[in-house]
Write a protein that binds this ligand. Structure first.
Ligand SMILES: NC(=O)c1ccc[n+]([C@@H]2O[C@H](COP(=O)([O-])OP(=O)(O)OC[C@H]3O[C@@H](n4cnc5c(N)ncnc54)[C@H](O)[C@@H]3O)[C@@H](O)[C@H]2O)c1
Ligand SMILES: O=c1ccn([C@@H]2O[C@H](COP(=O)(O)OP(=O)(O)O[C@H]3O[C@H](CO)[C@@H](O)[C@H](O)[C@H]3O)[C@@H](O)[C@H]2O)c(=O)[nH]1
Length: 434
């Protein structure tokens, strides 16, 4: 294997994982960022995000001399053979992906990229972006390549090093092959395409996953109305290998930093080419409905009104195993509960307590029993493993109302029943207290 000189621009979940993992594969990597404080911390081996194994890989990379960090990108790219763009592409106006950060990096580096360098977008970008960036760079010796990333937060390192597939697309095949070769040691199936198809794979995959979840959440609602049990239904569906067991867990709706913005962006792209996409619109609107439905469940469990009601909340991050609150359905449900007048006492093992943007009527505590104390009901919004192991007898002792609303079907209703608590989940028959 040839070790390559690589620059990764952006040191967030994707960029830092990419940089540290590529260094662990033997490449020489410089990770650059506009955030000087972040770079200072990284230089001393400190990783500010919660990703299992990432801090260790960063420290190993630094110690081996294969991983370095830099503020700004122009100097960093001076000797690069491959430059990965891993900067944010947030939801912009009308739902479109905002490419300002991507374009600003390209403007910053275009004149200083070494001859024959490959410019790779790992950020999620709309179809046509590689072609647009090629024009923006304006140099025939620099090829643009799309190499979408499929890692999940909370398992970023594991996903990066054990990918289901690697997708690399370019209108310059030789450049695509050079990028694919960086991953050769992973032995993953590799799909080589043109640039537009690689860009499309990312949106098609994320929107498919979102649609799968909206579908499951709708089936769960139907189960409630018809007296079926969603856990049995998804188990029965999932054994069909064409469906698969994963991504079938109902919840308060799907969220995070990717699925919401990527569904909105594909819808916007479709509209731009006059393609009506009612299926994707329904996927998105079903997700808003799901959040409202969880609020209605809590309201009903509390006797019809939430005004002045104290609620304990377990979990605010968009899923377990991350500290990320971006587009969190849990946080959105908490906001909606607060809007109806509830006072929220929340506990989340992933949060430190200094996170901005929490509702004013929400108090974050560092102990789940404090969240339950004197609350009229306990609402589980994120599926942290440790919630299962709580002393439910102790929880029952401090709650003023014996009700748990479990929007993730995460707890064992039988354990709660024996502890004297009633359980209400999603798509399953409620279980009254013993
Ligand atoms: N988070 C995920 O799970 C995930 C997975 C696959 C793909 N993606 C995509 O990857 C991209 C990055 O996502 P993320 O979650 O890693 O973002 P992030 O917000 O965690 O990190 C982005 C980093 O880029 C830096 N940055 C911003 N502008 C910059 C600039 N002009 N120059 C240098 N650095 C700059 C920021 O300071 C930050 O450190 C997005 O397009 C996203 O859709 C994300
Ligand atoms: O059975 C399930 C699985 C997930 N979720 C929810 O769906 C959302 C997204 O979860 P997940 O996909 O695990 O999170 P991300 O880390 O955002 O990863 C998604 O978005 C990334 C960014 O594009 C992609 O790289 C990944 O492949 C894609 O899974 C979260 O709110 C989860 O709680 C469910 O409700 N039920």
């Amino acid at each position: 294997m040839f070790a390559r000189r690589i620059v990764v621009v952006g040191t967030g979940y994707v960029g830092l994982t990419t940089g540290a993992c590529l260094a662990s594969l033997g490449h020489r990597v410089v990770c650059s960022d506009v955030n000087a404080t972040k770079i200072e911390q990284l230089n001393s081996g400190e990783v500010g995000i919660h990703e299992p194994g990432l801090a260790e890989l960063v420290q190993e990379g630094i110690a081996a001399g294969r991983l370095k960090f830099a503020v700004g990108s122009a100097d960093a790219v001076a000797e690069a053979e491959v430059v990965f763009l891993c900067v944010p592409t947030p939801m912009g106006s009308g739902g479109a992906a905002d490419l300002a950060a991507v374009e600003s990096v390209v403007r910053e580096v275009r004149e200083v990229l070494p001859r024959g360098c490959v410019l790779v977008t790992k950020s999620t970008v709309p179809v046509g972006t590689a072609a647009r960036l090629s024009e923006l760079v304006g140099r025939p010796d620099v090829a643009a390549v799309s190499n979408p990333e499929f890692l999940r937060e909370g398992s970023a390192v594991r996903d990066f090093l054990n990918p289901d597939r690697i997708v690399v697309g370019s209108d310059t095949q030789d450049a695509a092959e050079r990028v694919a070769a960086l991953y050769a040691r992973l032995g993953a199936p590799t799909v080589l395409t043109d640039a537009a198809s690689a860009e499309m794979v990312k949106y098609a995959a994320n929107c498919f996953l979102a649609t799968k979840l909206s579908y499951v959440n709708a089936i769960a609602e139907l189960c409630e109305r018809l007296g079926a049990d969603i856990a049995d239904v998804t188990e029965g569906m999932g054994y069909d290998r064409r469906i698969g067991q994963s991504f079938l867990q109902p919840g308060p709706g799907w969220g995070g930093s990717c699925l919401p913005k990527d569904t909105a962006a594909l819808l916007q792209v479709a509209e731009a080419v006059s393609f009506d996409f009612p299926m994707l619109r329904a996927t998105i609107s079903a997700n808003s409905h799901q959040r409202m439905r969880m609020v209605a469940k809590v309201r009903e469990a509390c006797g019809g009104s939430l005004d002045g009601v104290r609620l304990g909340v377990l979990g605010l991050t968009f899923k377990a195993g991350t500290d990320d609150l971006r587009d969190s359905p849990a946080l959105e449900v908490a906001r909606l509960l607060a809007e109806e007048g509830a006072d929220l006492i929340a506990y989340d093992p992933g949060l430190r307590g200094d996170e901005p943007g929490l509702p004013a009527s929400l108090t974050l505590v560092d102990d789940p029993y404090l969240a339950a104390k004197e609350s009229a009901a306990l609402v589980v919004l994120t599926e942290w493993q440790e919630f299962r192991a709580l002393d439910w007898g102790r929880v029952a002792g401090v709650l003023t109302g014996p009700v748990v609303v479990d929007t993730r079907n995460h707890l064992d209703p039988d354990v709660l029943r024996r502890a004297g608590l009633s359980w209400r989940g999603v798509g399953r028959t409620p279980v009254p207290a013993m």
